[in-house]
Design a protein around this ligand. Structure first.
Ligand SMILES: Cc1ncc(COP(=O)(O)O)c(C=O)c1O
Length: 391
């Protein structure tokens, strides 16, 4: 039998199931509007593509690179943080490049968790937090994120014995799948909780630059004392539509970064140099493209919310991220059944909330990953589907 026992801890992804049903629907001759994936559909900024192409033309850029990230990338990240978040970072000790933030979010557990250690994860949460922790032998303690608490964890609810055994806490704002945001007061509470219980805080800030209506997302590191207890993960995937390039970074606590560097340097080399140079161009150039990107998502969000409202389905208007987290009308009692029936009957693919954790039941995640008119059509089909199924 092939297969290590740790594989038993992993679930086959909901995405393969969605993709299977989608293929069947397409084969039956129906079209599908796919709002299930979290992959940006818009192109990268032309000046970033140009930098990538020029660097790829240079034969010298094809060797191995160091895990660290090239010095110009680390300096650019430090400048970017200073400019946009007023956070000072030492490029050598407090910044490490990643092959997408997912690389860091998967390997951080190998750096910080011993088998049997407790890992505090958001429920619902982005799946890598759970699978990464489980692969490293961690034990999950899901922190329920409830609408009545603005989808923030209530830290006072976590039992004392769990607090004592917990090694890491994962947070993610703006959140996937919830599209919820956090403010400085919440993060200040997290810092004092982490200090009290000696917990490493990992804040996944992959959607840092996607916010709407003039709202600005808060960096965990903006809060005094944050760097003593934690780190923040970033990605250029969503900000600059470069998901396939695989570049992210971790910043913050030097000891945590040192530990992750050790794991990563034993596993692999660094990122393809042309991709690092493209990231330098993206982060140091004009950020007009980022604003345009966010505006496009904002428009799609408005179309979705307005169109669903025409069918009496009122959903929360997200302030950030590239998703809407929609509460299902009360006569649906399974988010998975809803998503699969919607796909089969109406040709719209969304992700059932249960795929992100028990507390996701009763919701679906709608990705704003198609242009406005497609979103309008998808919302129309969803509205009609709901009306049809009304008891
Ligand atoms: C919350 C969150 N974190 C991290 C990632 C991983 O992004 P990447 O590895 O492309 O940087 C994603 C991707 O969808 C995400 O939604």
């Amino acid at each position: 039998m092939i297969g290590a026992s740790r594989l038993n801890k992993l679930q086959p992804g909901i995405f393969s199931k969605i993709s299977e049903v989608k293929t069947q629907v397409l084969q039956s001759g129906k079209d599908v509007i796919d709002l299930s994936v979290g992959s940006p559909d818009m192109p990268p900024p032309p000046h970033v593509k140009k930098a990538l192409i020029e660097a790829a033309e240079n034969d010298k850029n094809y060797g191995y690179t160091l895990t660290e990230g090239i010095p110009s990338l680390k300096q650019t990240i430090a400048n970017w943080y200073k400019t946009y978040y007023q956070v000072n970072l030492d490029p050598d000790k407090e910044i490490l490049s990643l092959m997408g933030s997912q690389d860091g979010l998967a390997h951080i557990f190998w750096a910080a968790v011993d088998p049997g250690d407790i890992v505090l994860v958001p429920d619902p949460g982005y799946p890598i937090y759970q699978s990464g922790a489980l692969l490293a032998g961690g034990i999950l303690y899901p922190m329920p994120l409830r609408e009545e608490n603005n989808f923030l964890p209530d830290l006072s609810e976590i039992p004392q014995d769990i607090c004592q055994k917990a090694k890491i806490m994962i947070l993610n704002y703006p959140s996937n799948p919830l599209a919820a945001t956090a403010n400085k007061d919440f993060f200040a509470g997290v810092v004092s909780f982490a200090r009290q219980h000696d917990i490493i805080v990992c804040h996944d800030f992959a959607y840092s630059e996607l916010s709407y209506d003039g709202f600005k997302n808060v960096s965990f590191l903006e809060v005094p004392g944050a760097k003593e207890v934690g780190v923040e993960f970033h990605s250029i995937s969503k900000t600059y539509n470069l998901a396939g390039c695989r570049l992210g970074f971790i910043v913050g606590n030097a000891a945590v970064i040192d530990a992750l560097r050790l794991v990563k340097s034993n596993i692999d080399y660094g990122i393809f140099r042309p991709v690092q140079l493209a990231a330098v161009e993206a982060l140091s150039g004009s950020q007009e493209c980022v604003r345009a990107n966010a505006k496009a998502y904002e428009h799609r969000r408005d179309v979705l919310v307005e169109e669903l409202a025409k069918y009496g389905w009122k959903i929360n208007k997200p302030k950030a991220s590239m998703f809407a987290w929609a509460k299902l009308p009360s006569f649906f009692n399974s988010s998975e059944k809803f998503a699969m029936d919607l796909l089969r009957e109406a040709g719209v693919a969304v992700v059932p909330g249960i795929a992100f954790g028990q507390c996701g039941e009763g919701y679906i995640r709608i990705g704003l990953v198609q242009e406005g008119e497609k979103i309008r059509e998808a919302a129309r089909r969803m509205g009609e589907f709901v009306t049809r199924h009304k008891p």
